[in-house]
Design a protein around this ligand. Structure first.
Ligand code: ADP
Length: 653
């Protein structure tokens, strides 16, 4: 069979180059990455064997073969293996979106002297763990045979932009990665010469060096890692295979026994996230369900949190045996950012995915996991507020999805939710409140938790709809997530206190106050009639009504929705989702105490021709204040300049 030459996809070649030339390197991590890949491949084989009885027995293990004579280190697994296409796809290509942007940003940064990304970052961001092999090797061979296939394929590269592929044989399915190690330091070489090839500071064929690295980074790997070790008996050396990792599941150890570093490595193995997790939650449940859990809340949201619902999640183990990744029945979708492991003592090892869905044991585990996560979040909220806000900023949007779907835990989810508000007790930019804190600040006579919906926090802060609430000293929650409207209308209340839409028809008035203002407005109705007629004449196509209102204290007009009419936010959201929404008419509320309105009522009565332009400008302003887009900005600008011109003329006179 001919050897075929291929080129790495250009982004892949660039990343590879960056990986080799990063100066901050801790080269030891190459072994962690290759062992992690081998362990994943064994997990995948296990899943495939479970669902296909044709595949026979095998002994899952990872083997390290070191050769001082050849200066090579080989990592062999009997995992799932790869087909030729998979090698090209997974090793020769980077499919992650955003790679090109990242690379050009990194290049710019480097050119402006800002340094280059560390390998940890590259590996975490792009899943290029395999490439770390080139940090220590100047030539890498990979031979792989896919489970169920008879052919094996050999990939070989010097990490210089191209690789070769050829058909070969492998007695068993799995993958073998042979590293032709770079010379190690101590011998002369000029690193600044062209064709710079970084040396290894360590000898990666040395038994104790390798033992140390495995102990440090891969001890918890659940498959045995076997290495050819030397044994001395009667002053003669023999070489024997020895398992060099303890394989002890980290979640089975007492928390006090596990050094932080080990948790950190485990988290990294699980998530490829190079940041530290924000929180760790350990569970040791006995009783209705016997299981252990080790869960992590990451400190940053992956960039594809909203698009990719497949990656991540919680892995299921049964009696220390890996069963599956991302076991969706263990955790609700709105907690999909939680990563970790659940290990059940009670479930049967041969459980199928379908049975898992229905199993009452699994439901007990899920409930218990949820309870524990809520408790841990509650504790963080109470005692580590800064950390909790970090959590909320990263995952609050996803967490709130639970308020739409998980009615059983609705009140707990509300208790754990943070909101921004008009809380004027502090001038801080981003201030968050819980509903309990909001309630503790409610004014005497205030009966509801008030909220205002919109797309933009600064638009909301300046909304005329808040004026009456401000006048009364009522705090209003400012809600800008699309899901907020659904949450508020679905949940309706928190701890017995109802929610009230500050932009709705009711406003801030109590029953008695409403009676009084109705009386006052009734008296002004006649004066308002000519202006109302004019407004409806001009704006009939977009307004369902124009009415007097005491909602505002300093603005002349504002737009509100009629009862049972879709809000502006919902209308915009539906349009953004490509749904057809018929034009929705709104109500223009007019403040009779405002000097402009009082003058306009007189102008309208006298049939002054300027009335129309004034109404147009006021309406457009109301649209802007509502976070909407005005229909004819050019006309608005022209009218507005005209008004300014007249005002300046009047000044001159
Ligand atoms: P990551 O492991 O972060 O996805 P890698 O560059 O290490 O990134 O590997 C890319 C892909 O190549 C893996 O996701 C896997 O599909 C495949 N792969 C790597 N090593 C092996 C292996 N030993 N056995 C089977 N597949 C592997």
């Amino acid at each position: 069979m001919e050897q075929e030459q291929h080129f790495f996809q250009s982004e892949a070649a660039e990343l590879l180059k960056m990986m080799i030339h990063s100066v901050y390197s801790n080269k030891d991590i190459f072994l962690r990455e290759l062992i992690s890949n081998a362990s994943d491949a064994l997990d995948k084989r296990r899943i495939e064997v479970l669902s296909n009885s044709e595949y026979g027995e095998y002994e899952p293990r990872i083997r390290l073969v070191r050769s001082r004579e050849e200066n090579t280190l080989t990592i062999i697994d009997c995992g799932i293996g790869m087909t030729r296409e998979e090698i090209v796809q997974y090793i020769g290509t980077i499919a992650k979106s955003g790679t090109r942007e990242f690379l050009s940003a990194a290049k710019e940064k480097r050119e402006s002297g800002g340094g280059i990304p560390t390998q940890e970052m590259l590996i975490g961001q792009f899943g290029v763990g395999f490439y770390s092999a080139f940090m220590v090797a100047d030539r890498v061979e990979l031979i792989s045979r896919r489970l169920g296939a008879s052919d094996a394929w050999k990939f070989e590269s010097a990490g210089d932009g191209s690789y070769t592929l050829e058909k070969t044989v492998l007695p068993e399915c799995g993958t073998l990665v042979k590293l032709h190690l770079r010379e190690h330091a101590g011998e002369s070489s000029d690193d600044s010469s062209p064709g710079f090839s970084p040396k290894n500071e360590k000898d990666y064929t040395d038994e104790w060096t390798l033992r140390d690295i495995v102990k440090k980074y891969s001890d918890f790997i659940s498959y045995p890692i076997v290495m050819n070790c030397s044994k001395w008996k009667d002053k003669t050396e023999t070489i024997e295979d020895e398992v060099i990792n303890s394989q002890k599941a980290i979640w089975c150890k007492a928390e006090s026994e596990v050094p932080e570093d080990e948790y950190r490595e485990f988290y990294r193995h699980l998530t490829h996230d190079w940041h530290e997790p924000l929180e760790r939650v350990t569970i040791n449940a006995e009783g209705a369900a016997n299981f252990r859990g080790l869960l992590f809340i990451p400190s940053q949201a992956p960039f594809d949190l909203f698009i990719n619902r497949e990656s991540g999640g919680v892995s299921l183990y049964i009696k220390r045996v890996f069963i599956m990744n991302d076991c969706k029945v263990l955790i609700p979708e709105y907690l999909r950012f939680v990563r970790g492991v659940v290990d059940s003592e009670d479930l049967p090892l041969n459980i199928s995915r379908e049975i898992l869905q229905e199993d009452p044991q699994v439901r007990v585990i899920r409930r218990s996991v949820l309870r524990k996560l809520f408790a841990s979040l509650r504790k963080m909220l109470e005692s580590e507020r800064g950390k909790y806000e970090k959590f909320w900023k990263a995952f609050g949007k996803v967490f709130k999805e639970g308020l739409v779907h998980d009615h059983e835990n609705g009140q707990t989810l509300l208790e754990l939710s943070l909101f921004r508000s008009t809380d004027e007790f502090s001038g801080e930019e981003e201030k968050w409140t819980t509903l309990d804190a909001y309630k503790s600040r409610m004014k005497p006579g205030q009966k509801t938790i008030c909220y205002l919906l919109g797309r933009d926090i600064s638009v909301l802060r300046g909304s005329p709809k808040l004026e009456a609430f401000r006048a009364k000293g009522y705090e209003v929650l400012l809600l800008t997530d699309p899901v907020d409207e659904v949450i508020m209308t679905q949940t309706r209340e928190y701890g017995g206190t109802e929610f009230l839409d500050a932009g709705g028809p009711a406003g801030a008035e109590s029953e008695e106050e409403r009676g009084e203002s109705e009386k006052k407005l009734e008296g002004l109705k006649e004066d308002f009639a000519p202006l109302k007629e004019k407004i409806m004449q001009i704006l009939g196509p977009v307004l369902s009504d124009a009415r007097l209102s005491l909602r505002m204290t300093s603005s002349p007009v504002c737009l509100v929705g009629d009862e049972n009419v879709m809000s502006l936010q919902m209308e915009q959201l539906m349009r953004a989702m490509g749904q057809e929404v018929p034009p929705i008419k709104r109500v223009l509320e007019v403040n009779p105490d405002h000097p402009v309105i009082r003058r306009l009522m007189t102008l309208a009565r006298s049939g002054d021709c300027r009335t129309e332009d004034f109404i147009s400008v006021l309406y457009d302003q109301a649209v802007i204040l509502d976070g909407g887009a005005i229909a004819d900005p050019a006309r608005f600008a022209r009218l507005f300049a005209g008004i300014m011109g007249s005002a300046l003329e009047a000044d001159k006179a």
